[in-house]
Write a protein that binds this ligand. Structure first.
Ligand code: SF4
Length: 265
């Protein structure tokens, strides 16, 4: 079995506990305006122009983004990193794009990791069928689960899809007992208005479970240059990242949900 991967990052420290190998699946059903990986959206390999900087000089070269990997090829790379994973309490994170868009390949990798005693995390937008989530839950140690907007209309506008299935899947995983890190991008003027924050606060309180280990508040930062080379319109303009003070205020706001709120991660 093969799957389309667009990047594999070694020594990742923000994609779950410890030092991790992060495997980026290509293809995503959403099209978030602020997405950091626009090259992940298309479920096909693409020829893109990449700028490489060496000292003061910049060079442009064309490269293919996305290539087919077999399960054993990925597992070979995982094995090479085992020492770092074991010593740091790390593991493998499957990210994207949306890894559940290639659910059979993801399942096979999760099963292979479990057989080898390797900790697994799935970084998901939450948009996939309930059946697909049910199949992977027994082989997943941790979900990094994005909550982008609680207002359905705005979720549709900024991501291209309803949040209904996402919220249902979050509840299902919370009830399953598997660990979750809820991840909320903080985008000034887009999803940090009072009504949205109140709704999110209520949602987290209502779905509070011991297995929801933390809430990561991820400050927005712009990456418009990547969009040009992907031929995708950058809709965020010159939006500035939220200030440290604003992030600290939000951290404080979520403190009484009973879920540990962290900035970044
Ligand atoms: S779900 Fe993630 S990968 Fe997909 S478009 Fe949104 S930010 Fe990008």
């Amino acid at each position: 079995m093969k799957g389309l991967i667009f990047d594999i990052k070694r020594y990742a420290i923000h994609d779950g506990p410890g030092i991790r190998l992060t495997v980026f699946f290509k293809g995503c059903p959403l099209s978030c305006w602020w997405c950091h990986n626009p090259e992940s959206r298309s479920p096909r390999p693409e020829r893109l122009i990449k700028t490489v900087r060496i000292g003061e000089k910049e060079f442009q070269r064309e490269e293919t983004v996305g290539r087919q990997y077999s399960v054993s090829e990925v597992m070979e790379l995982v094995e090479r990193e085992r020492i770092f994973m074991e010593q740091s309490g790390g593991g493998v994170t499957f990210s994207g794009g949306e890894p559940l868009m290639q659910a059979p390949f993801l399942l096979a990798l999760l099963q292979a990791c479990q057989e080898q005693g390797i900790h697994t995390a799935v970084d998901t937008s939450g948009i996939a069928s309930r059946a697909a989530f049910r199949r992977i839950i027994p082989y997943t140690d941790l979900f990094l689960f994005d909550l982008k907007h609680l207002n359905d209309q705005k979720h549709r506008l900024y991501t291209g899809a309803s949040n209904r299935l996402i919220l249902e899947n979050f509840r299902m995983i919370a009830d399953s007992g598997v660990d979750i890190w809820a991840r909320v991008p903080v985008i000034p003027g887009y999803n940090d208005e009072e009504e949205q924050l109140e709704r999110l606060h209520r949602f987290l309180r209502e779905n509070r479970r011991d297995n929801i280990r933390q809430l990561n508040l991820l400050p927005y930062h712009p990456i418009d240059a990547k969009y040009g080379r992907c031929g995708i319109e950058w809709k965020m303009g010159q939006l500035e990242p939220p200030s440290r003070e604003r992030m600290a205020t939000l951290q404080q706001f979520f403190a009484d949900t009973g879920i540990k709120a962290l900035i970044g991660g």
